[in-house]
Design a protein around this ligand. Structure first.
Ligand SMILES: [Cu+2]
Length: 401
């Protein structure tokens, strides 16, 4: 198999599993139904955005007016609900630790220019990342609508995944911080007097040199509580927000994933309260089903996982066929080295890529003398050469070139 094809296939397999989008919003605990391409200017996939200088950094790719706009008023709590591939799945890979923010801009701007105001930001607090709290809240976080003038606005919730951000994307496009942002169309029907300062722009607010865009979440010597959330301070006129699960109001049962009833009773706002994600006792049917949090392997770990599996199987089959103890020891040894390196790459700990490169070199050197002895050594020679080149290039890129 061509290595290029192999790597492309492997990355396609993992890409859809690892990322996240906004499914919809809740207003004062009332589910507004699926917002994807309805009232959310949803990107076509849940892929991360890494090029912070791109013109589409404001509302992600596919920024266009969509048919619905959700009416809210000052004091309302708008809860965003994130998901991987479908509602109530595992939301986002738990490896994707980082901050969560919410910005707002007038819809008339379409997100362009210095039109954005920050309403909420949380990074690393009380011993955990905002994304950890989002997982505990089953994908929910919220903002309270401030007392701003009536009109149409875009809310822009944003997650930054820092699992590969030890280097900037413009230094190494294989890695870098991952941005997940979606723009939600709302209409504020109350007419407040607090003007939004509209101070920042996307692109522009975040630079590759901005503190917090490059950050190592795995560095045990760094106090993660000192993480500087990139971007402006939260606006003084913000009414705040939290990373907690919405309490279902007048709409029981929607938490199981079946409910899509929009609207609901608009007069129940004062009853609305929040609950902690951990202590939440409402319907959570997926707690034992599809929503096991997965640590989806990052793309560069995938070849090593596959090679590890191949070597283990190859070593054992070789032993069964020929009773060759050296082939068993070599296969299992190299296989375990590959698996260890894949795990390290996924976690971002030190030397994972180097170990994968070493395993590839070992495998290549031991299989190349037997290249013509049959299909198995031939395949091992070719795949180990390919993965060796792949990891060699990745290590080279990471070393600052
Ligand atoms: Cu991802």
């Amino acid at each position: 198999m061509q290595l290029q094809t192999f790597v492309v296939l492997a990355s396609l397999l993992t890409a859809a599993l690892a990322h996240t989008r906004v499914w919809g919003i809740w207003v004062n605990g009332v589910d507004q139904g699926s917002g994807v391409d309805q009232y959310i200017r949803s990107p076509p996939t849940n892929n991360p955005f890494k090029d912070i200088m791109a013109s589409t950094f404001s509302c992600n790719v596919n920024n266009r007016a969509v048919s619905r706009t959700i009416s809210v008023k000052a004091g309302d709590t708008v809860t965003f609900e994130w998901f991987h591939d479908f509602r109530n799945d595992d939301i986002i890979a738990s490896s994707h630790k980082g901050p969560i923010s919410v910005y707002i801009a007038p819809t008339s701007s379409n997100g362009a220019g210095s039109v954005w105001t920050r309403l909420f930001a949380e990074g690393y607090k009380d011993g955990s990342w905002a994304v950890d709290k989002l997982l505990n809240a089953r994908g929910h976080h919220n903002v309270v609508i401030p007392d701003i003038p009536a009109g149409d606005y875009l809310l822009r919730p944003e997650i930054i995944g820092l699992h590969e951000s030890n280097v900037a994307y413009n230094q190494n496009p294989v890695r870098g911080a991952q941005f997940y942002m979606n723009c939600v169309q709302i209409r504020v029907t109350s007419n407040g007097s607090q003007q939004l300062p509209n101070t920042v722009s996307f692109p522009g607010t975040y630079q590759y040199s901005t503190p917090g865009i490059v950050w190592n979440i795995y560095d045990l010597l760094v106090n993660q509580a000192t993480y500087p959330i990139p971007g402006p301070a939260v606006w003084s006129g913000s009414a705040g927000g939290a990373i907690t699960r919405a309490v279902v109001i007048n709409n029981p049962g929607t938490g199981t994933g079946g409910g899509t009833a929009p609207g609901g009773s608009a007069g129940t706002a004062p009853l609305y309260a929040q609950c902690g994600g951990i202590g939440y006792t409402g319907p959570t049917t997926c707690a034992s089903g599809v929503c096991k949090a997965t640590n989806a392997p990052e793309m560069s770990a995938y070849p090593a996982y596959t090679m590890g599996g191949l070597c283990l199987v190859g070593g054992v089959t070789g032993f069964v066929r020929t009773r060759s103890v050296p082939s068993l020891v070599a296969g299992v040894g190299v296989g375990l080295l590959y698996l260890w390196s894949a795990d390290s790459i996924r976690k971002g700990t030190a030397n994972g890529l180097e170990a994968a490169l070493g395993a590839s070199a070992l495998l290549f050197l031991s299989s190349v003398p037997r290249f013509s002895k049959g299909p198995v050594p031939a395949i091992l020679t070719i795949t180990s050469a390919g993965t060796g080149l792949y990891y060699g290039q990745t290590v080279y890129n990471l070393s600052g070139h």
